[in-house]
Design a protein around this ligand. Structure first.
Ligand code: UD1
Ligand code: CA
Length: 450
């Protein structure tokens, strides 16, 4: 069975009150269209066609070549949108799955069950339904006395009696491809001037064909997003889903209500996430770490057994056994080697700190390469910027940098060298040398000159 997917995303999303297309609004760090496309393609679909229209370029720019596109110039309804996608799907496809781009919580399992339902259906289409006393404007499923589906009626067209129906159209369908191609031509124009995809159900029934249904048990899956209130609801459901996935994989989350893990993040076993922690973007956290409370980690790699307390870090790499915080900051290009200790009020940018190096208090390290087991005294600053350019600082192994040292780059400090407290180091320091003073001079020489 050759399966294709059509995802509808051409609508304006007027009720979002936004300059951006609805499907690019984010849920747990990813535009909602990311989820709908992912689910539509993880079901063995060999082709996924996204119908775009309003702000088409912006949507296309985000998804690139993850999907094929069909342009719906005028938004004349969901039936018309599907029709726009049909020419993009070759004739040899057997089944076509149709979903809506504004439903990011629908799961791959549900679509899989939908495809299975259709595989067992002698008729040409199956659809997903839900039972809910809160209709949210969804289409109502009409059945006859024996329970056979008769039609979907859109809310605007419902009689008062039909409005009471609690079985609703979720908005996911699986069609026999050949039949869908033909039936779309027969869609009537609604009083609102649109071609409703949902009208194909009534047409099938009139032709004596069977429409099968699959009813979801978790209604959260059907949370469609039309307003920013729905967006916040979807965020909270998705967030819980992501957290539960990590908890089941062996991660302790002390307080799910104040923990934010984006869907692109991964976390290792036996890591404990303390409250008020944000893990964002392409972040990977190793095993056995304690993260937070109060940490914001974006696009970072963190090794195993790290302790990261009240830290803000982005685009940084932290190797095994690093101990950070509270109140440390890692910026782009920071790389802490194994077992580094970084205490309070430190900042590291574009720098490597070798294994076992300690930077306890109030330091700034930028554009530096620092060796193993170095002690960076409190208040040390790499003066890396001369007002025009950034300059590098290179520090060897086992160096002792005294408190409040200013390292005026470019600068090279050899292995086992030492600087005195308050030194302003303006020249390279050879291995094992001790320099003191302002500007810093070798300890021996400054003694002889006295
Ligand atoms: C639709 C269904 C309704 C269902 C509900 C579930 C129809 C007629 N109604 O209503 O039965 O209960 O979803 O969420 O299908 N779109 C286009 N081109 C268009 C119109 C819409 O691409 O011309 C896209 C939209 O961008 C959106 C999706 O189709 O992603 C659904 O459209 P929307 O207007 O949100 O339909 P609903 O009123 O929610
Ligand atoms: Ca909708």
């Amino acid at each position: 069975m050759k399966l294709a997917s059509i995802v509808l995303a051409a609508g304006k999303g007027t009720r979002m009150k936004s300059r951006h297309p609805k499907v690019l609004h984010q849920v747990c760090g990813m535009p909602m269209i990311h989820y709908t496309v992912k689910v539509a393609t993880t079901n063995g679909a060999e082709k996924t066609v996204l119908v775009i229209g309003h702000a088409a370029e912006e949507v296309q720019k985000y998804l690139g070549d993850r999907v094929d596109y069909a342009l719906q110039n005028e938004q004349l309804g969901t039936g018309h949108a599907v029709q726009s996608a049909i020419p993009v799907i070759p004739d040899d496809f057997d089944l076509i799955l149709v979903t809506y781009g504004d439903m990011p919580l629908l799961t791959a399992e549900t679509l899989q069950k939908l495809v299975q339902t259709q595989a067992a259906n002698p008729g040409p289409l199956s659809m997903v339904t839900m039972i809910s006393p809160d209709p949210r404007g969804f289409g109502r499923i009409l059945r006859d006395k024996s329970g056979v589906v008769k039609a979907i009626v859109e809310e605007v067209q419902c009689t008062p009696e039909q409005l009471e129906i609690t079985e609703l159209n979720v908005g996911a369908y699986c069609f026999e491809a050949k039949w869908l191609r033909q039936v779309l031509k027969r869609l009537p124009l609604s009083p609102k001037g649109e071609y409703y995809l949902t009208d194909v159900v009534g047409i099938a029934v009139q032709d004596g064909l069977r429409v099968a249904t699959f009813t979801i048990s978790d209604n959260n899956e059907a949370l469609g997003i039309n307003t920013r209130i729905h967006l916040a609801e979807a965020e909270s459901v998705m967030r819980k889903r992501i957290l539960e996935q990590w908890m089941l994989a062996g991660v302790t989350v002390i307080d799910p209500a104040s923990t934010y893990i984006e869907e692109s993040v991964s976390v290792g076993m036996d890591t404990i996430i303390q409250p008020n922690t944000f893990l964002r973007g392409d972040t990977v956290i190793g095993e056995g770490c304690v993260i937070g409370p109060n940490s914001i980690i974006t696009d970072c790699q963190v090794g195993n057994r790290c302790v990261i307390l009240a830290v803000v870090m982005e685009k940084a790499v932290v190797e095994d056994g690093v101990d950070m915080g509270p109140f440390a900051r890692l910026r782009k290009g920071a790389h802490l080697g194994p077992g580094v200790h970084m205490g309070n009020f430190g900042e590291v940018k574009d720098s490597y700190l070798g294994a076992g190096t300690k930077m306890g208090h109030f330091s700034y390290i930028g554009n530096a390469t620092i060796g193993k087991d170095v002690n960076i005294g409190a208040g040390t600053i790499t003066c890396n910027y001369d007002g025009e350019k950034k300059h590098p600082t290179v520090i060897g192994d086992r160096v002792f940098i005294g408190s409040d040292t200013m390292l005026v780059a470019p600068l090279n400090i050899g292995d086992d060298a030492r600087t005195g407290a308050g030194a302003v180091v303006t020249h390279n320091v050879p291995p094992a040398e001790t320099v003191i003073g302002v500007p810093a001079k070798p300890l021996r020489k400054s003694k002889t000159s006295e």
